[in-house]
Design a protein around this ligand. Structure first.
Ligand code: SAM
Ligand code: DTB
Ligand code: SF4
Length: 355
């Protein structure tokens, strides 16, 4: 813990930290296993995380940067390209999501059937040629169903791995046996987000529970795959909700290997279309706190990046983001221009993680 952050007296600073009655508490110093590799913790308390999220920004950045350099001295950023392999008509009611069938009348989003394996692999090759080392495929499904569609996804995974890229999929809920089949196909990681705190969750999604999500994460872990799990800010949650989301993530043991931090993209026609834009420095704080809590994880600056200035993105890298979605499109919404991204990475002095 940096001296500046540690020296803040949590009692005296409570007024400055906020008047919401939260008992913000200075984080305990992680046990040191050696001068340069402090052990990771899985026992983070809500109050400690609130304290970090509300700390003076420069102190928070100093601390996050110190943790980052201990664990990621190489300055690499992972470029992960994303493709929607099955779009729209999802039976779930996630209020942020343009792909939910509940909002199609208002969003007007066209549904698309599962793409052909060859078309997907051609897109993966293009992403690899452009510098991506990871290819992520998303399907607007509530859950995986055994059958020809899942068999095709397994072929996509095998094909992406044969290109020497990391493969990630996000297909909704997953059984133990399905997780096993994905692992056997060579899947590197499964993305399944907790999205928000357990308390705020029911305001956002009613068609499946937080517990369902944790069960899927356990199935992914049980099959020996990496877990990619994060959430979204800007949906009307409190700082404590953000802390509780990060706490859920950082008390998973082991931590998720990658943690996507999304800022809501308020898509017209979704129930969250009127949400005010996320304050960029709130995103910086979220990234920095994720970095401190989960030192070895990849923290991925995800949806919402297209709304950030170059300077705000650089602050996110400084705060510990070391992966981005790379490519003109996320799933259904626009992402940053690839040439702009390459120029930004160069200017920030980052190095692209090789395939
Ligand atoms: N259907 C699968 C599921 O929900 O697990 C996979 C696809 S879903 C679109 C993947 C993630 O994208 C969601 O969990 C959510 O975190 C993120 N997401 C979706 N719409 C978003 C939006 N408008 N803004 C920010 N993140 C969004
Ligand atoms: C994640 O956390 N963010 C990505 C990926 N995992 C699948 C998805 C963002 C979707 C943003 C809205 C859209 O493009 O449809
Ligand atoms: Fe469906 Fe996933 Fe969108 Fe929820 S986030 S509506 S589960 S595609």
């Amino acid at each position: 813990m940096s001296e500046t952050l540690e020296s803040l007296n949590p009692i005296n600073d409570l007024a400055r930290l906020g008047d919401d009655g939260l008992e913000a508490k200075a984080p305990a110093r992680p046990h040191s296993a050696g001068a340069h590799q402090p052990e990771t913790r899985n026992d983070w308390q809500t109050a400690e995380i609130v304290y970090l999220l509300k700390a003076p920004l420069l102190d928070l950045l100093d601390e996050a940067r110190a943790v980052h350099q201990q664990h990621h001295a190489d300055g690499q950023v992972q470029l992960a390209s994303l493709l929607s392999i099955k779009t729209g008509a999802c039976p779930e009611d996630c209020k942020y999501c343009p792909q939910s069938a509940h909002y199609t009348k208002k969003t007007g989003l066209e549904r698309e059937a599962l793409l052909d394996v060859d078309d997907v692999l051609a897109k993966a090759q293009i992403a690899k040629d452009a510098g991506a080392s990871r290819f992520c495929m998303g399907a607007a499904w509530r859950e995986v169903k055994d059958g020809p569609a899942f068999d095709s996804v397994l072929d996509m995974v095998r094909g992406v791995r044969a290109l020497d890229m990391e493969a990630c999929v996000t297909l909704g809920m997953l059984s133990e046996a399905q997780a096993q089949r994905l692992a056997e196909a060579g899947l590197t990681a499964y993305n399944h987000n907790l999205d928000t705190s357990p308390e705020f969750y029911k305001e956002i999604i009613t068609t499946r529970t937080y517990e369902d999500r944790l069960d899927t994460l356990a199935n992914v872990r049980g099959a020996g795959m990496e877990v990619c799990c994060g959430g979204i800010i800007g949906m009307g949650e409190t700082i404590e909700d953000r802390a509780r989301l990060l706490q859920e993530l950082a008390t998973l043991d082991p931590h998720p290997e990658s943690v996507p931090i999304n800022a809501l993209v308020p898509v017209p026609g979704t129930p969250l279309e009127e949400q005010p834009p996320v304050e960029p420095l709130d995103l910086v704080r979220m990234v920095a706190t994720a970095r401190i809590l989960m030192p070895a994880s990849l923290v991925r600056l995800s949806a919402g990046r297209a709304a950030l200035t170059r300077e705000a993105q650089i602050l996110c890298f400084l705060a510990g983001a070391n992966s981005i979605f790379y490519g003109d499109q996320l799933l259904t919404t626009a992402n940053n221009d690839v040439d702009d991204d390459l120029a930004l990475i160069e200017e920030a002095g980052l190095r692209i993680k090789p395939a």
